[in-house]
Design a protein around this ligand. Sequence first.
Ligand code: MLT
Length: 207
Amino acid sequence: MMDATATTDFIHLYEPGGDPARAPLLLLHGTGGDERDLIGLGRTVAPGAALLSPRGKVLEGPMPRFFRRLAEGVFDEDDLRRRTHELADFVEAARQRYGLAQPVAVGFSNGANIAASLLLLRPEVLAGAALLRAMSPFAQPPQADLSGKRVLILSGAMDPIVPADDVARLAKTLSGNGASVDHRTLPAGHGLSQPDIGLLQSWLAAG
Ligand code: MLT
């Protein structure tokens, strides 16, 4: 049995925001990234926002991730559920510690997938989420009340990791549960492109 500190403690970076009108960003990196990866992106897309950026606790070889997978695109859903609650508890504790409003998640790839899972399992934790190159985290998604949550999904038309029907299913699940979903498919692969940055910036500014 882990104690409360161990279950909610993530290695993370926290950067206070200068603009209280901006929602804090919860930055969630992709496989092989860490807490530093998306700080520059966060500063660019939401100047003045507080940034909270944890490092995923699961290691795949040397690569940090937010939950275990059995193969590429095949998720260990029991681990995903457990890790989602652990991350949600961390965010709640960090909000107390740093005095933060409800954050908007900005997740890339594996980080986008756990952000989608956070929305479905612990919707109270997030104000909304930008899911960059996300896929459906669950084969049978749970029901959640996502009314009032804004979600941006940015997909790559040439993404070799995320099948188009899979992310379409995610968009349908989230909007079916009441989220206000803006799903765009860009002429890009799995990596982020310049248009991702511009779209993310304007979507955050409109929030
Ligand atoms: C995942 O495992 O979450 C997805 O396959 C995306 C990735 O991290 O490569």
